[in-house]
Design a protein around this ligand. Structure first.
Ligand code: ZDP
Length: 282
């Protein structure tokens, strides 16, 4: 049976969106997701995202398969794409779309809001900072990992770990362009101190409200942007007193605005989500 899909991207972090609103199980398997994501033999994407029926008082549920078939808890650029996808579906079906959605994810409740300028702001909830919550064995389960040494590829890196529902390991560097991401990224991802593997961000502090970031994603490799990674990196910057609670994060695919609210301690991420094309695939 052919399955309809639509491709979206958030700053070049690209996803295949599937309308799964009438069934609680994803319409394709993780193995099929690997094939669909292949850039030469498939459709090409960093992941496949399903818009599923809501649960626990939410409008919809989001699930995502990475391009290697693993399932992350959350996806920041992906949830903006999901919100735009649902709004586009609702507009086609009823002529109008709601301004905000309550989305259930494996990382808890997320609330994307469609702004009048076309951008999408997502309430990404609270960051988790304890080692057990990342998870990492770098320190005791009830301690935070802030500016701690980690030996990777014969070099000692100072790392800070933050979970946005999914794990992130952040390192501040003088020059992000000088990092050999393709060779060093997998060594962080698969390091034995990260039992669920980790996303890895290298951050250059340009000023207290402007960060440059390059990312190696768990299960997807080098991507042009990572929303949860941008949020985690801003939190790491604040914990290390390197940046303010609101900043622009520049990624290879463009900029996100990230704010760690002093009022509710939630992360708010603002950025675009663009439709690329629709198709169907067996
Ligand atoms: O945690 C993981 O396994 C990530 N690969 C999930 C995807 C994160 C994403 N890039 C984001 O924007 O947060 C989609």
């Amino acid at each position: 049976m052919a399955i309809d899909f639509t491709k979206y991207h958030g700053l070049g972090n690209d996803f295949i969106l599937v309308d799964n609103r009438h069934q609680v199980d994803p319409l394709i398997t993780p193995e099929q997701a690997v094939e669909w994501c292949d850039r030469h033999f498939g459709i090409g994407a960093d992941g496949v995202i399903f818009a599923l029926p809501g649960q626990d008082d939410t409008d919809y549920t989001m699930r995502i398969f990475n391009s290697d078939g693993s399932e992350p808890e959350m996806c920041g650029n992906g949830i903006r794409c999901l919100a735009q996808f649902i709004a586009d579906l609702e507009r086609t079906e009823t002529g109008s779309a709601r301004p905000a959605y309550r989305i259930h994810t494996l990382a808890g409740l997320m609330i994307p809001k469609l702004e009048s300028d076309g951008q999408i702001t997502v309430d990404m909830g609270l960051p988790r900072l304890l080692a057990a919550e990342i998870p990492t064995t770098l320190t005791a389960p009830d301690q935070q990992v802030v500016d701690q040494p980690l030996e990777v590829a014969g070099h000692s890196w100072q790392v800070t770990c933050v979970s946005m529902g999914n794990p992130h390991c952040i390192t501040f560097v003088e020059d992000v362009e000088a990092i050999a991401l393709e060779s060093i990224g997998p060594k962080f991802e698969h390091h034995s101190v990260f039992p669920k593997r980790t996303n890895t961000e290298f951050i250059q502090i340009v000023s207290r409200d402007y960060l440059k970031m390059r990312v190696w994603e768990r299960g997807a490799g080098i991507t042009l942007a990572c929303g949860t990674g941008a949020c985690a990196s801003l939190v790491a910057g604040v914990l290390n007193d390197k940046c303010d609670r609101a900043a622009t994060v520049e990624l290879p695919g463009g900029c996100l605005h990230i704010e760690w609210s002093a009022v509710d301690q939630h992360l708010y991420m603002t950025g675009p989500a663009m439709k690329v094309f629709s198709g169907s695939r067996n």
